[in-house]
Design a protein. Structure first.
Length: 119
């Protein structure tokens, strides 16, 4: 009987679609970007998030720069690595004059998997 040596080549890719819009009530989307001089600070956002969606969001603060914090839907980190998501959100948010504003972010995340096998 002939033995087959099947090689599997894998390629994983994540496709991000990011939408920014003005803050409005209710503020809950996937991510809330809090500018350093925004009218509502991280602690007020933490209380609001805890009241509206307990244990569903993580507040991530930054020491420097125009972005003071992000409130991120925690389940997103199950789909995409934390550093990849945060780096991409910050990269795009910093292209906007964010320091005095709050931005709600709607994130559409699609994971594509392509595999090639020898037959």
């Amino acid at each position: 009987m002939e033995e087959h040596n099947n090689k599997v080549n894998s390629k994983r890719k994540a496709e991000l679609s990011i939408r920014f819009s003005e803050f409005e009530l209710p503020p809950m989307q996937d991510i809330l970007v809090i500018g350093r001089r925004a009218p509502i600070g991280p602690e007020a956002v933490r209380r609001m998030v805890d009241a509206l969606a307990p244990e569903q969001y993580e507040l991530i603060t930054f020491k420097d720069g125009p972005v003071e914090a992000l409130a991120v839907k925690a389940s997103l980190f199950n789909w995409i690595a934390r550093d990849i998501l945060l780096d991409n959100i910050l990269e795009e948010a910093l292209k906007i004059n964010i320091e005095k504003t709050l931005l709600k972010v709607k994130l559409d995340l699609t994971i594509s998997v392509f595999k090639e096998v020898d037959i």
